[in-house]
Ligand binder design. Structure first.
Ligand SMILES: [Zn+2]
Length: 74
């Protein structure tokens, strides 16, 4: 399952016990040892990217390019 921390960033948590002590190296929960499915991890990656995109939108001016950094000619 995916939680949101107070900043709105996604946090991957265990489906079984709901704790957030997820061991990225083993792909399993620290607390109960339940494996975190590839599906859950993929979903978390998407949530992270969506969050990153929102962050970029909020923090940077709207004209900021993503692929090619260009100087705005005046
Ligand atoms: Zn767990």
């Amino acid at each position: 399952m995916i939680f949101r921390n107070p900043a709105g960033a996604p946090e991957l948590a265990c489906d079984e016990c709901g704790c957030r002590w997820y061991d990225r190296m083993r792909g399993a929960c620290y607390e109960c040892g339940a494996a975190v499915s590839a599906e859950a991890r993929a979903e978390f990656e998407r949530a992270l990217q969506a969050f990153g995109a929102r962050q970029a939108e909020g923090a940077a001016p709207p004209e900021a390019g993503e692929a090619a950094p260009q100087q705005a000619a005046t």
